[in-house]
Design a protein around this ligand. Structure first.
Ligand code: HEC
Ligand code: HEC
Ligand code: HEC
Ligand code: HEC
Length: 157
């Protein structure tokens, strides 16, 4: 019997076989459902060990308070209070022994990461006041006019 349905059927079977072969080659051995059944769904068990190897490198802003209380106090009453010090100054796990001083980045890039005006009204990022870097005092460091620890517009330098 000759059927016009047969040829596409072979194509479909061929594709299914290809997908199964590719899956056997590319899906890691430890991927699947583990002891807790479907509680955590499908995941790669080796990933747990990968994450255990990630070392902590941040302290959190409370740590800085002990030695830089002026900075802590100044920023705490401003809209920048929600930003961790280390977001701008880099990881400080061993500071002040290593490194003795943290990064002071005065580049426009530091601020533009959060303050470039973006046209995505539904993202939370759009709630941060944005400027157009090409027209807002180009080529001058933001910190020449704005104090990062006291960014209110009343506090302009
Ligand atoms: C145990 C005290 C201590 C703690 C805690 C501490 N620092 Fe420091 N920090 C220092 C000392 C000491 C210096 C060197 C000061 C100097 O040489 O002017 C320094 C320098 C710095 C500098 C460079 C200042 C400059 O003028 O170059 C920055 C930025 C800084 N710290 C940020 C932080 C941040 C952010 C935290 C919290 C994550 C923090 N520090 C926690 C003691 C501390
Ligand atoms: C929004 C980014 C940002 C945050 C958040 C921030 N800083 Fe800074 N910080 C800067 C910049 C930029 C400078 C350099 C300012 C300048 O030279 O005009 C600076 C300078 C400093 C200095 C050294 C120079 C000085 O003014 O005495 C210290 C110490 C410091 N910051 C500590 C802190 C601590 C502690 C916190 C958290 C309580 C903090 N910073 C939060 C951006 C930030
Ligand atoms: C020459 C001084 C100067 C420089 C440099 C400067 N600004 Fe401003 N900025 C101002 C003044 C003045 C205002 C208030 C009037 C206005 O909105 O233009 C302001 C307003 C702002 C506002 C509030 C806008 C709003 O809609 O309320 C943000 C955010 C801002 N600046 C971020 C930045 C960033 C980020 C940089 C660096 C890329 C920067 N500024 C560089 C002077 C400056
Ligand atoms: C990690 C994100 C982040 C970084 C980096 C950052 N800001 Fe902000 N900034 C914010 C948020 C969040 C607010 C509060 C919401 C708002 O007013 O837009 C804010 C508010 C401001 C305001 C408005 C203050 C007011 O009273 O209305 C100015 C000006 C400002 N930032 C300047 C700067 C400058 C200059 C830098 C770089 C030194 C900087 N910011 C870096 C997140 C950031």
């Amino acid at each position: 019997m000759k059927s016009h349905a047969l040829r596409p059927l072979w194509v479909v079977i061929g594709l299914v076989v290809l997908v199964l072969i590719a899956r056997a080659i590319y899906v890691p051995k430890s991927f699947g459902v583990h002891e807790r059944g479907y509680m955590y769904g499908w995941y790669r068990a080796d990933n747990i060990e990968d994450w255990k190897k990630v070392t902590v490198k941040y302290q959190g802003s409370d740590y800085c308070n002990a030695c830089h209380p002026d900075k802590h106090e100044s920023i705490s009453m401003t809209p920048h209070a929600i930003i961790q010090c280390e977001n701008c100054h880099g990881p400080a796990l061993e500071h002040p022994s290593d490194p003795p001083k943290l990064t002071i980045d005065k580049s426009r890039g530091l601020c533009l990461r959060c303050h470039t005006s973006l046209p995505y009204p539904t993202s939370g990022r759009a709630n941060i006041r944005g400027i157009d870097p090409d027209t807002h005092n180009p080529d001058i460091e933001c910190v020449m006019c704005h104090n990062p620890h006291k960014p209110s517009l009343e506090g302009l330098k």
